[in-house]
Ligand binder design. Sequence first.
Ligand SMILES: [Zn+2]
Length: 72
Amino acid sequence: MEPCDKCAKLEGAPADFVREAGMTLVGIGQCSGVVAIEHYRCDDCGTLMIRQLAGDPTEQIWTAIAIARKVC
Ligand SMILES: [Zn+2]
């Protein structure tokens, strides 16, 4: 399945861009007690996205990492 339009738009967007709805937070990664990465799954197309919140400002973006297949 291809990423939906919303995910395609989110790919590469700044991390401070917040998608309104339809994304489920599925995990977080912490660095020194601070949330550095959030993982989201799109409710529409199943794309897994990471939102990087730490590190170099140019790396603080949304990135699509995989398309999850629905198993049920
Ligand atoms: Zn999507």
